[in-house]
Design a binder for this molecule. Structure first.
Ligand code: 8DG
Ligand code: CA
Ligand code: CA
Length: 577
C-alpha cells in the first residue's frame, strides 16, 4: 500500500503509552494528512534510544508532505520498528500472524529514512530474517517489490549511518596504562571522579592564566586517572606512580588528596575572586581567557561590571565590525574555541578599545557583539538536556532535508559521549553526493543557515567559515570543514548554541571522530597518528605523512582501523574531567 493512499490517522487517546504527535492540518484543510504510523517495540532499546526514536518520529516530515506519527497499537501501524531479532521475543509483543502483515524493521530504517529524506526500501533493514520477504512486500517505500529502488542510497556511499544500538563493544585491546587516551577506555564518570574534579580546578586555573605547559600536564594526568580502573588508595600509589604522565608533582597532589580528602590549592583557587570572575567571563559567548584577564585588569569583577564596561565605552558597532573584516576573512583553522580566539586576537589590536565582537560576512544574520553576548547569557548558561538535543537535531534534519534531500547527520560532542547535560549541540552534516572541492559544501551550509534564520530558528551566527579549495601542498586533500556556529531556538524555548559542521563524504567520518571529543582524546589521536603511525589525523581527513596519500574511511570504525587503533565507543572517550 502506498502511503499516499492512507487515510487521515485517528488521534491517540490520552491513555496511550506513546507520546502524541502534534496534529497538523493540511494547507487547504481538505486533503487528508499523509502520515505514516510507526509502532516502536521498546524491548531491547535503552531509554535514550527510545527517546531518540520518539523524537525522530515526532519531529520528522519527509519531503514536507509526508510525515510520521507514533501509534500505540501494532495493529494500526504502517511500520513496526524493533531491535528484537528473534521470533520468540517478538511474539511477546506482537502476534505472529499480525507480524507477517507488517514491515518489521530495525531502528536503522527510521534513522536512514529520515536522513535520506525519503522512505527507504525495507529489505536490508528487516529486523527478523524469517520475515524478510513479508517486510519487503509490506514496506511503505512505495516500491513494494523492488529493494533496489532508485530512492535507495548508492551502494558505494560512504555514508551509511547506524543507530547507537548497533555500535560494537569496546575493543579488547584497550589498555589503561597506555600514554595515549585513544588507547584507553575513559568513562564519563570514573571511580576517582572527585579527585579528577579537584585537579580540574587547578588545570582550569592554569588555562585561564595562560600557563599552557602546566595546563597540558594536568590534561594528561587527568586523562590517565579517568581511565585508571581502581579506586585510588595508598596501596596503589606505586602503581599510579609508574603510569605515563604522572610525575612526582602529581603524585604529591594525589598523596595530599588521599591524606586530606582534598587539595588545598584547588580549594584556594576555587574560592578566589579572580578565578570566579575569569570563569564567569569566559562563560560569556565569544570571550576567551585573554579577554577575561583584560576585563579583570580593567577592574571588572561581576557581569554588572562587564555590562557597565561595554555600555560606557562601547561606541559604534558598525565601525568595530568593519575593523575586524580583514582578520576574519581568511580564517580557517582546526583550533578549539575559534570564536573566542578571534575575539582575543581582535582585542589585542588596540588596548584602548574594549574586546571586539566577531563579524560575520553575511550581514543579514546578526553576529554576536559583547552586548548581545551579555543579553544571551541567561539562556546560554543553561545546560541542555538530552531530550532537547534530540529535538533540536530532529528539527535541523527536517530543515536540512527540505534544503537538500538525502543529507545525513550525526550528533557529536559531549551528547554522543553520554553527557546528560550538554553545553551546546554539535552536529556533523553530509550528503552522499557532495563534492569535496568546495562550493557545494559551502552552498549547503549557507542555504541551511539562511533557512533556519528565516524560520526564526537561528537568531545569531558566530562564524561561518570559508570552505577552501584543496591546498596544493596537500594534493588530494580538502583542507577545511565548513562550520556554522549558531544561536538556535526552538519555538518558545531557551536559546542554545548549536555548531553545524559540514563535510564531504570523504571527510564525514573523520569529522564525526574529530568532533565527538573529548578534547584530550582528540589531541592524543593526533599524537598517536603522528608519533606511532606516520599519519596526520584531524577532522578533515587522514593522510600519510610520507607522501600525502589520503586514506578515506568508510565508517567511524574504519577511522580507528586505519589508525591501527582498537575501537573505542564514544561513551569511553571521556578523557577530560
Ligand atoms: P559541552 O558542549 O557539553 O561543553 O562538551 P563538548 O561537546 O565536549 O565540547 P565542545 O566544546 O562542544 O567540543 C566538541 C568537540 O569538538 C571537542 O572534542 C572539541 C571539538 N572542536 C571544537 N571546536 C573545534 C574546531 O574548530 N575544530 C575541530 N576539529 N574540533 C573542534 O570545539
Ligand atoms: Ca558540545
Ligand atoms: Ca561545540
Amino acid at each position: 500500500m502506498s502511503p499516499r493512499k492512507r487515510s487521515r490517522s485517528s488521534s491517540i487517546s490520552s491513555s496511550d503509552s506513546q507520546p502524541r504527535k502534534r496534529q497538523r492540518s493540511s494547507s487547504d484543510g481538505s486533503e487528508p494528512d499523509k502520515r505514516l504510523k510507526v509502532y516502536i517495540v521498546q524491548a531491547k532499546l535503552s531509554a535514550d534510544e527510545v527517546a531518540s526514536l520518539y523524537a525522530l518520529v515526532d519531529h520528522h516530515s519527509v519531503n514536507e508532505s509526508l510525515d510520521f506519527e507514533l501509534t500505540p497499537s501494532p495493529r494500526d501501524a504502517d511500520v513496526i520498528v524493533t531491535a528484537v531479532h528473534m521470533r520468540k521475543r517478538l511474539e511477546r509483543h506482537i502476534d505472529w500472524a499480525l507480524a507477517k502483515e507488517k514491515p518489521i524493521v530495525t531502528p536503522d530504517w527510521l534513522f536512514n529514512s529520515v536522513s535520506a529524506g525519503e522512505l527507504l526500501p525495507c529489505g536490508k533493514f528487516a529486523a527478523l530474517s524469517e520475515l524478510h520477504d513479508e517486510t519487503v512486500h509490506n514496506c511503505p517505500d512505495g516500491d513494494d517489490d523492488s529493494d533496489t529502488a532508485a530512492s535507495s542510497p548508492p551502494t558505494d556511499s560512504l555514508l551509511h549511518l547506524r543507530s547507537p544500538s548497533q555500535e560494537p563493544a569496546a575493543s579488547a585491546d584497550l589498555d589503561w596504562k597506555s600514554r595515549y587516551a585513544c588507547c584507553r577506555a575513559s568513562p564519563l564518570v570514573c571511580v576517582n571522579q572527585h579527585l579528577v574534579s579537584r585537579l580540574a580546578i587547578i588545570r582550569r586555573s592554569r588555562e585561564l592564566e595562560d600557563d599552557k605547559i602546566s595546563a597540558l600536564s594536568y590534561d594528561h594526568a587527568i586523562g590517565m586517572i579517568k581511565s585508571y580502573p581502581y579506586e585510588l588508595t595508598e596501596d596503589r600509589l606505586n602503581e599510579v606512580n609508574s603510569l605515563p604522565h604522572i610525575g612526582p608533582k602529581m603524585i604529591s597532589r594525589i598523596e595530599e588528596y588521599l591524606d586530606n580528602g582534598d587539595i588545598e590549592e584547588a580549594e584556594t583557587i576555587a574560592n578566589s575572586q579572580r578565578y570566579q570572575s575569569l570563569e564567569a567571563f569566559t562563560d560569556l559567548y565569544g570571550v576567551g581567557a585573554t579577554t577575561a584577564r583584560k576585563l579583570y585588569a580593567a577592574g571588572c569583577r561581576t557581569f554588572e561590571d562587564v555590562e557597565r564596561y561595554y555600555g560606557v565605552s562601547y561606541e559604534d558597532e558598525a565601525e568595530e565590525e568593519a575593523d575586524l573584516d580583514d582578520g576574519l576573512k581568511t580564517e580557517e583553522t582546526d583550533d578549539l574555541h575559534l570564536a573566542s580566539q578571534h575575539n582575543d586576537r581582535a582585542s589585542q589590536h588596540n588596548d584602548r578599545k574594549p574586546p571586539r565582537p566577531l563579524r560575520f560576512a553575511k550581514p543579514k544574520i546578526p553576529s554576536i557583539t559583547p552586548r548581545v553576548a551579555l543579553d544571551l547569557r541567561d539562556d546560554l548558561d543553561q545546560r541542555i538536556p538530552r531530550e532537547e538535543v534530540q529535538e533540536i537535531f530532529a528539527v535541523i534534519v527536517r530543515e536540512l532535508n527540505a534544503v537538500r534531500p538525502g543529507c545525513v547527520a550525526t550528533i557529536v560532542g559531549g551528547y554522543r559521549r553520554g553527557k546528560s547535560l550538554s553545553g551546546d549541540v554539535d552536529i556533523v552534516i553530509g550528503h552522499p553526493n557532495l563534492s569535496p572541492t568546495g562550493k557545494q559544501v559551502k552552498g549547503l551550509s549557507s542555504r541551511l543557515v539562511e533557512r533556519l534564520y528565516e524560520r526564526g530558528l537561528v537568531t545569531h551566527l558566530m562564524y561561518l567559515s570559508g570552505f577552501h579549495a584543496p591546498d596544493v601542498t596537500r594534493a588530494a586533500h580538502w583542507d577545511a570543514l565548513e562550520k556554522a556556529l549558531t544561536v538556535f531556538v526552538l519555538p518558545g524555548g531557551v536559546r542554545r548554541r548549536v555548531d553545524l559542521i559540514f563535510a564531504a563524504p570523504e571527510a564525514y567520518w573523520t569529522a564525526v571522530v574529530g568532533w565527538t571529543g573529548s578534547k584530550t582524546f582528540e589531541r592524543d589521536l593526533r599524537r598517536w597518528a603522528a608519533e606511532q603511525k606516520e599519519l596526520k589525523f584531524d577532522s578533515t581527513g587522514l593522510t600519510r605523512r610520507s607522501n600525502g596519500e589520503l586514506l578515506v574511511p568508510t565508517s567511524e570504525e574504519d577511522v580507528f582501523r586505519l589508525l591501527g587503533l582498537g575501537w573505542v565507543p564514544p561513551t569511553l572517550r571521556n578523557a577530560d574531567a
